[in-house]
Design a protein around this ligand. Sequence first.
Ligand code: SF4
Length: 334
Amino acid sequence: MPSDLLNTFRISIEDFYRSNKRSMPWRKQNPVPYEVWLSEVILQQTRVAQGIPYFNKILQAFPTIEDLANANEDHLLSLWTGLGYYNRARNLQKGAQQVMRNHKGELPKSSVDLIKITGIGPYTAAAISSICHGEKIGVVDGNVFRVLSRFFGVSTPVNTTAGLKEFQLLANEIVHLSNSSAGYNQGIMEFGALHCTPKKPLCMMCELADICTAYNSGKVDVLPVKKKTAKRTTEEIHFAVVTSENEIAMSKRGTKGIWAGLYEFPRLEKPPVKGFEAVDKIVHKLSHKDLHCHFWEVTENEMNESLTYYSKPEIRNLGMPIIIAKFVEKIGFQ
Ligand code: SF4
């Protein structure tokens, strides 16, 4: 890419950030690496407005990396309930334990060292090192893919190895022209989130419109390109809702799978009675499949396993998948 085009783009992005920067609890004059790490992990699959209350309550419960490393896993997962993708929370804690063990409680400064910590990938490593320590490395997330692909007209699919490499090189090239990696990197993410949005980007009032490849070639709606992935699947899950006085039976998932370590209702292999509807059926959409969750009212005698019951106050401290938490609330147990 011609360096004057890269430079014009960079300056415009940095100007945009200065004028449109949203206030967020982790955006400080001197950003705290632990807070930036926590915020980036929370925001990986979550909108900013939804993520901020989670950031605040998790930081309040675990103000330091040491607190997070020593946290009770059930407590951490209960605070995470509603955010989904619970492996993020488990990996965050594993990462904190590693930082305590190998780095005396301080996150390493360079992206090369950060990436060795459990749960920190190239994006999070680049975000922490550039925002907190000014490392000249580009962040590449969904917003960045979209903005770079549209402005520079890059049509390599973003979900391929070749695409990742090409966008990372381009992002690095631009950030090297900047005196503020933190300003540029946060600027391009903010520009993608607020201005060059997936649907209805604000092209008519965009300072870059005159020189934007996608805008001038009618390709705004087709960029960025994504390679088609495998078809979505469906899984039927039958839950047994067994209550006794003011308690309800819950069981903890094993150590594998998306809900590892979380609490749910005991599972049934099949519907307990033919020809009847479950008390409730909720469809829970994951990135790759739909879970059709059926909730059946069952008595303890109908179960083939011994059950563990929890009272209302105990249930409040259990980490649960959001779909289970919502049902528990619906039947008045939370
Ligand atoms: S002109 Fe439209 S597509 Fe191009 S950078 Fe601006 S908002 Fe994005």
